[in-house]
Design a protein around this ligand. Structure first.
Ligand SMILES: NC(=O)c1ccc[n+]([C@@H]2O[C@H](COP(=O)([O-])OP(=O)(O)OC[C@H]3O[C@@H](n4cnc5c(N)ncnc54)[C@H](O)[C@@H]3O)[C@@H](O)[C@H]2O)c1
Length: 327
């Protein structure tokens, strides 16, 4: 389907993760740009290289770009398509679970700046998102686990039933049951699409999707862990912060940790430096003057966003370091 999606455009440029190029039956006549997947590609250098390639291939406003890869490729290509010639149409073929249920949906894109996540980017919706299950099948278990960090997040913030389903199973069992796996993928796509439709520019409800991401993105930048693993640890931090202010009798963190472990996700860092991580948080996009929007759990399946002062967050992070919440 996606290989035939180019009708009506003067030219199509395919930007594909090098690791999966051989799975796609491109012809010699097609313009294909190969890139390494991974966060290193979300850089100013790679972005400059890519838009120069667009120029070299004489991409014009009637051209069409297709990004085939994980979130790193769609973030880079989405941003490039949104600014090149003030915007050219593009589509995404997600090749990772994380991208299929999260990164490809919602129109956010971006590249990193000075090791700071997604500092440069736009909101720019793809024309289409094509789900090609055969691509996901090639994904190594570690990357599959990364995707489950975001699946677990949807359970925590929106969908108690999903969380309970995940709590009663594990990664191997889900991967060996394609019906259950497909149902989970469908639920996540619906959750993300509904939220994005309600709040496309993240000025309200969409903020709950950042659960675990304030600390997670900072961990990703400081310690170079993958997005999914960083979010996993970030969610533990946010669950513990939620515990501190909650009147619930059962700890969120105590409920979350076994589920993350069942999905082969980390719950702690070897070493946590609150100073290094806080430095990154100060440059977070969610910051407004001396405050930041932080997502707490209200109950399993509901979240709330509160503005907290950077000073208070710094104090909490110092305490977390001393009390070894995540190390
Ligand atoms: N825009 C958004 O809303 C949004 C949301 C979540 C995450 N993200 C971003 O997504 C990125 C993470 O993306 P990701 O986890 O999808 O992975 P990725 O693009 O970083 O790729 C991870 C690894 O998997 C490989 N890979 C990709 N597809 C494969 C396949 N089918 N088979 C084998 N290997 C494959 C890649 O080459 C790479 O080595 C981060 O940069 C994060 O910031 C963006």
């Amino acid at each position: 389907l996606f290989l035939n999606s180019t009708r009506g455009y003067s030219k199509t440029v395919w930007v594909v993760d090098r690791k999966i190029k051989s799975f796609i039956p491109f012809s010699d006549a097609q313009i294909v740009i190969e890139l390494d997947g991974g966060d290193e590609s979300k850089s100013l250098n790679t972005w400059t290289w890519l838009i120069n390639k667009f120029s070299e291939f004489q991409v014009d406003r009637n051209s069409y770009i297709v990004a085939i890869g994980g979130g790193s490729i769609s973030d880079l290509v989405g941003y490039s398509a949104s600014v090149y010639l003030r915007g050219i149409p593009y589509s995404i073929v997600p090749s990772t679970l994380l991208s299929l249920i999260d990164a490809s949906l919602g129109g956010k894109n971006g590249i990193n700046l000075n090791q700071q996540k997604n500092q440069v980017g736009t909101f720019y919706q793809p024309a289409n998102i094509y789900c090609v299950p055969q691509l996901i099948k090639h994904l190594p278990t570690a990357e599959m686990a990364d995707g489950f960090a975001e699946v677990i997040k949807y359970g925590l913030i929106i969908d108690r039933t999903l969380f309970d389903t995940l709590a009663a199973t594990n990664l191997e069992k889900i991967l060996s049951n394609s019906n259950v796996f497909q149902e989970i993928i469908n639920s996540c796509i619906i959750h993300k699409s509904n939220i994005v439709e309600e709040d496309p520019f993240e000025s309200g409800k969409r903020r709950i999707l950042n659960f675990g991401h304030t600390i997670g993105h900072a961990i990703e930048s400081v310690y170079g862990l993958s997005h999914g693993k960083s979010v996993s640890i970030g969610m533990c931090f946010a669950a513990k912060m939620s515990d501190e202010k909650s009147e619930e009798t059962t700890s969120f963190l105590a409920q979350l940790v076994p589920v993350l472990k069942q999905f082969q996700l980390p719950t702690k860092l070897e070493k946590f430096s609150s100073d290094l991580v806080f430095e990154k948080i100060k440059a977070d996009k969610k910051r407004e003057d001396d405050f930041i929007h932080f997502v707490f759990l209200n109950k399993i399946g509901t979240a709330l966003v509160e503005k907290i002062s950077l000073n208070d967050l710094r104090t909490i992070m110092k305490k977390a370091e001393e009390e070894k919440w995540i190390s």
